[in-house]
Structures are given as structure tokens and as C-alpha cells.
Design a protein around this ligand. Structure first.
Ligand SMILES: [Zn+2]
Length: 260
């Protein structure tokens, strides 16, 4: 057997790619949570159902529609004493004209392969103008939606600074779409989910005001719970980012609190 046969070469190349990705994403992770410069967030719309109405909706989007996300980060960072005035800058990128890779199966291997695949996909369809170390890419597949069928889950990957937010192409959904986008951006910088298996906020980690008396109803949503607790086991979706907060636990996860 030749030492540098095709098989060995292939394994070596695969290992090399894995090492490169690992090294690259480690860098992305470290650079993204120092909060010493504004993080660039680019929103890339996709037409997920191929419908003309969806294309028209995407064409109607402007940067202004995503401005509340930057406002939310500015307001909350300020509340936690972050010195950087604008923790993130949000811009609207070009529409991506390629379908997302299909969702992974449940096995660990298929999830691992998918996370590599999605990063490769993102790199191919949104090439770097500058460095990706300071850029979070959020892909938003828009669709009309039908018959109350729920949308696929959105997600944010800390490794790779990527988010995918499945959204309805409806003007009245814009504010709530922004809540989901902000939630997924939080994941990319290290925040964890704070809701239970029924989708209700976990007490106290998923509450905006866990010390409030009386406790219920809560007035605002903790962004990583994504919902406002009304009683135990009951919650509602906030109308907009105006009724969302970054609570202490999330603030500490994303590096907004000074080490005590
Ligand atoms: Zn989440």
C-alpha cells in the first residue's frame, strides 16, 4: 500500500478541513464577545416557498424594519453598563438565491455534519468582504405560511456566528420576527435558552423580573425565554422588542457583566 494513496490523502484533507474550521470558529467565538467594537449583523432574506407574494414582501423590506433590533441591544447593554454605545450594527444584506441545506436528523453525527454544511453553505453564498470575526450572519427564510402550520424552528450557532430565523412574510409579523432574530443573535454570542419543554419561561432564569411582587403577570419577556410568563404554565409572545429584556443570567453569559 502506498503511504500517500488516494484514501490517505482524502482522510488527510478531511482532517485538515476540520482543523481549519475548528480554528476559525474558535477565533470567531473569542472575537465576538469582547464587546469592544460594534458587532456587524447582516440580515439575509431568502424566499422559502418560491411564491411571488414572498418575493414582493422581501422587496418591500428596508434596513429601517430591522432597526428595533439594534435599538434593543443598545438599550439593554446600556442598562447593564456596557461602555460600547452600539453593541451591534444591523444591515440588510442581499437576498440569497439558494435553498438552505435540509434540516439534520437527530443523530449526533448528522447534526455535526449539518453544522459543517451550513457553515460551508453560508461561506459560499455570502462571501466575506471583510473578516467574519466581527460579522454575524442571520438568514431569514420568509414564507406565506398556511393553515396555522407552525414554522420550522429557528436557531443560532455560536460556532460560526450564524443564525437561521424562519419567518412569516407578513407586515404584521415584522415586530415578532425581530424578537426571534434578536433571540438567535443572542445565541451566536453565547446565550442559552431559558424556556421549558412546553415553551414557557423557566423560573427564575427565564423571567424578566423574577423578584417582582406579585410575581404574575410578568410585564416583559426575558429574551432567551422569548415569552412573557402570565402564571405558572401560561405565557404569551411579546408584541415587540419593546417588551423584552436581557436578564442578569443572559447578560453574564454574553459577557456584559464585569467579573465580580
Ligand atoms: Zn433559542
Amino acid at each position: 500500500m502506498k503511504l500517500f494513496g488516494f484514501r490517505n490523502l482524502r482522510v488527510a484533507i478531511l482532517l485538515g478541513v476540520l482543523l481549519l474550521v475548528l480554528n476559525y470558529t474558535l477565533g470567531q467565538r473569542l472575537h465576538s464577545t469582547t464587546w469592544s467594537d460594534p458587532l456587524e449583523v447582516v440580515i439575509y432574506p431568502l424566499n422559502a416557498d418560491g411564491k411571488l407574494e414572498t418575493t414582493a414582501y422581501i422587496r418591500s423590506l428596508t434596513q429601517r424594519h430591522f432597526e428595533p433590533i439594534a435599538t434593543f441591544f443598545r438599550r439593554e447593554a446600556h442598562r447593564w453598563g456596557v461602555i460600547e454605545a452600539n453593541p451591534i450594527r444591523v444591515t440588510l444584506g442581499a437576498t440569497v438565491d439558494a435553498p438552505l441545506p435540509p434540516e439534520p436528523g437527530n443523530s449526533l453525527l448528522s447534526r455535526l455534519l449539518w453544522s459543517l454544511r451550513i457553515r460551508y453553505w453560508a461561506w459560499r453564498h455570502t462571501p466575506d468582504a471583510a473578516s467574519n470575526f466581527q460579522r454575524i450572519r442571520v438568514f431569514v427564510p420568509y414564507q406565506q405560511g398556511s393553515d396555522g402550520k407552525p414554522l420550522a424552528h429557528s436557531l443560532g450557532l455560536q460556532k460560526g456566528l450564524l443564525g437561521i430565523v424562519n419567518a412569516y412574510a407578513l407586515p404584521r409579523q415584522r415586530r415578532q420576527n425581530n424578537v426571534v432574530i434578536a433571540h438567535e443573535i443572542m445565541h451566536t454570542v453565547g446565550a442559552l435558552d431559558r424556556y421549558d419543554s412546553n415553551g414557557n419561561p423557566i423560573y427564575p432564569d427565564g423571567y424578566a423580573e423574577p423578584e417582582r411582587k406579585p410575581l404574575y403577570p410578568q410585564r416583559r419577556a426575558a429574551i432567551m425565554a422569548g415569552r412573557i410568563a402570565l402564571t405558572t404554565g401560561q405565557s404569551k409572545m411579546p408584541r415587540s422588542l419593546k417588551s423584552c429584556v436581557v436578564n442578569r443570567l443572559t447578560a453574564s453569559e454574553i459577557g456584559w457583566l464585569r467579573k465580580e
